[in-house]
Design a protein around this ligand. Structure first.
Ligand code: SF4
Length: 295
């Protein structure tokens, strides 16, 4: 990192901290909830600082970092290309053995959560679909309130199921590399989660009843954490959140909003690990679009 850029980054970090302190004071003293960082004037000022300092241009001129991280299944076999590139063919009927669960009670169940802790507790106890029978841990997702980016993937994998943490395997490490290239970090700028909170056995695609049952948790998380932007990674997450069954190669060329939040669609980090020559460049283009939405 250039010295001036590092100084700028440090100054911006201090600025975020001051803003967060001011928001807390407003909240505690006047019981007023204001997100100062999201005020249009503030975003415009930050954007112009980044543009005038050349940081935006430099990021745009760079390339997505290469990775020597390899993605693999729990048994050590390689992840199949078909996992990432084929169009969605959701089964019309559930194969999970659970009745369809998209009635209003499921939505009320999630909607009654008052905060993230409520959601985490309910997800960990959840038996709304058959995935509760095979999970080791549910993975509610984690991160900060009012994140600059909420990353949404499809479902936990083997390592996430083992730990209860989102995106901790090779794909998660690579995702961290992407975010780091944008100067975004877990614990400060991000909330990371999935549409489905429990791992489908063998990493199969989730069934429609599982998606229907679990989606209200994600919607409630979005309402509570109020992300500035959403980065939707992977074919299945993209098809579910856009409501469009087109392939991800086409979906990523459009911009969306989900629950009122601007959303960018891109390939899953696992797909890029499997095929960096094909996917690194388009992912980097997508991340630049995301960056412009943040500031
Ligand atoms: S996948 Fe979602 S709906 Fe199904 S049991 Fe887990 S938390 Fe509940």
């Amino acid at each position: 990192m250039h010295k001036e850029e590092e100084k700028l980054q440090n100054a911006l970090t201090e600025l975020w901290d001051i803003m967060e302190s001011a928001e807390l004071v407003l909240m505690n003293t006047y019981n007023t909830s204001i997100n100062l960082q999201e005020t249009p004037d503030f975003s415009a000022v930050i954007h112009s600082i980044l543009r005038d300092s050349g940081v935006l241009e430099r990021i745009e001129a760079e390339d997505l970092p290469e990775s020597n991280i390899k993605d693999e299944n729990p048994d050590g076999s390689e992840v199949e290309e078909a996992d990432y590139n084929t169009d969605l063919e959701l089964n019309a009927d559930s194969a999970s053995g659970h009745a369809p669960l998209n009635d209003s009670s499921d939505y009320e169940y999630a909607a009654s959560c008052r905060n993230l802790a409520d959601i985490t507790w309910k997800v960990n106890e959840c038996t709304l679909c058959g995935l509760c029978e095979t999970r080791t841990h549910a993975v509610p997702g984690n991160g900060v309130m009012n994140p600059k980016v909420m990353v949404i993937g499809e479902a936990p994998g083997a390592q996430e199921d083992k730990t209860g943490e989102p995106f901790v395997g090779p794909a998660g490490k690579y995702l961290d590399t992407w975010m780091g290239a944008l100067k975004l970090f877990r614990g400060r700028d991000l909330f990371i989660g999935n549409i489905i909170k429990c791992r489908p056995p063998g990493n199969r695609d989730p069934f429609p009843d599982e998606t229907d049952a679990c989606l209200p948790y994600l919607k409630r998380q979005i309402q509570i954490i109020k992300p500035r932007t959403i980065l939707c990674v992977g074919r299945i997450a993209a098809q579910i959140l856009t409501g469009d069954s087109a392939g991800i190669g086409r979906l990523r060329t459009s911009q969306y909003t989900y629950e009122g939040i601007p959303m960018i669609v891109t390939y899953h980090p696992s797909a890029v690990l499997r095929n960096p020559e094909e996917y690194r460049k388009p992912v980097w283009e997508d991340l630049q679009k995301l960056l412009k939405l943040i500031y």
